[in-house]
Design a protein around this ligand. Structure first.
Ligand code: FBP
Length: 342
């Protein structure tokens, strides 16, 4: 029976596993290590997903009454996600070192496991303030090649500028669960089909609109912003049909969720510096670098208001940075206001 036209034109049936293998084929010298690494990461994503979906039923909500390196209360689900990702990634022989937003120092690969050529930095559970309210949360990852030669990896392997990333992505635990990543050849989204336990290609080659209609920022902090930030946000709220203003406001309070919407619909997400967070709130290595890598791969921009996020040379694992990310024209406008040119 001939293949129907509908079937022929339907989006190709592609699992994340197969996509990763095809991505690796771009590198003739590839050894399969990269595929193994991303395979383990997608397994970790499914293990965290299973716990997130039943969080309200089992005793995994609420606090551990412990504080992490950034002084945030550690939630049970954060801890579970942190342990699960570490344990899924420590024995494959692909990594020489890891670093997690929840841990002060780098995370070494246990002595009895082989060391590989890659470095993994991850935010195990982003949006912790939303966990108990059943609002979308996520996990974020960033992967580099090691710079040290062999054996155990070091802090130096972790503190590379964002443009050195070989892959970055996030898992979003929302109305559906998605794995969104880039290996430097576009941004692709895979939706988890729980009935087969597979991430299936649902968003191939995501492109962010050049200019948006939505701005996303916690305006509850506006009294602590400097005037240039206030003037830019006021500009977005002014009535001017010719420039598509006023923009609409959306803010979920989970970076993964606010970024995912911005990637698909366009516009700008911001977490400026303010009097309480003089360096901004979001972490350069675990949050801003991976999102900046993705947005640029989708045709957008990411800035700290003065320079491209991916060019910032990191000096500490948990350093923070202001973030202005999204559609090219909107981030450019933000920079012009921040530099006092408008
Ligand atoms: P963590 O939850 O990983 O600590 O991340 C920080 C975060 O929750 C981001 O996801 C989000 O964009 C931001 O903080 C929200 O901050 P605020 O509550 O100050 O608006």
């Amino acid at each position: 029976m001939p293949i129907s036209a509908a079937t022929a034109s339907a989006p190709k049936f592609m699992t994340l596993e197969r996509h990763i293998i095809e991505e690796e084929r771009r590198y003739p010298a590839a050894t399969g290590e990269f595929t193994g690494l991303l395979h383990d990461l997608s397994l970790a994503a499914k293990l965290v997903w299973r716990e997130v979906t039943k969080a309200g039923l089992v005793n995994i909500l609420g606090s551990t009454y412990r504080y992490n390196v950034s002084g945030d209360v550690v939630k049970k689900l954060d801890e579970f996600a942190d342990d699960t990702i570490y344990k899924a990634m420590d024995h494959g022989g692909h990594l020489c070192v890891m670093a997690s937003e929840e841990n002060e120092d780098v995370l070494q690969i246990p002595d009895h496991y082989p060391k590989g050529k890659y470095v993994l930095l991850y935010d195990p559970l982003d949006g912790s303030s939303n966990i108990d309210a059943n609002v979308t949360i996520g996990s974020i990852f960033s992967i580099y090649r090691r710079v040290t030669s062999k054996g155990r990896g070091t802090l130096e392997d972790c503190l590379q500028p964002g443009h050195k990333q070989v892959t970055a992505g996030y898992v979003i635990f929302g109305s559906s669960t998605m794995f969104v990543y880039s290996t430097g050849f576009g941004v692709h989204g895979f939706t988890l089909d729980p009935t087969v336990g597979e991430f299936l290609l649902s968003h191939e080659g995501i492109k962010i609109p050049k200019k948006g209609k939505i701005y996303s920022v916690n305006e509850g902090n506006s009294h602590r912003w400097d005037d240039r930030v206030k003037r830019f946000v006021d500009y977005l709220k002014e009535e001017d049909k010719a420039t598509g203003r006023p923009y609409s406001s959306r803010y979920i309070g989970t970076l993964v969720a606010d970024f995912h919407r911005t990637l698909l619909y366009g516009g700008i997400f911001m977490y400026p510096r303010d009097k309480k967070n003089p360096e901004g709130k979001l972490r350069l290595m675990y949050e801003c670098n991976p999102m900046a890598f993705l947005v640029e791969q989708a045709g957008g921009s990411a800035s700290n208001g003065e320079q491209r996020i991916l060019e910032i040379q990191s000096s500490s694992l948990h350093q923070r940075t202001p973030l202005f990310i999204g559609s090219k024209d909107d981030v450019k406008a933000a920079e012009e206001f921040l530099k006092g040119r408008r």
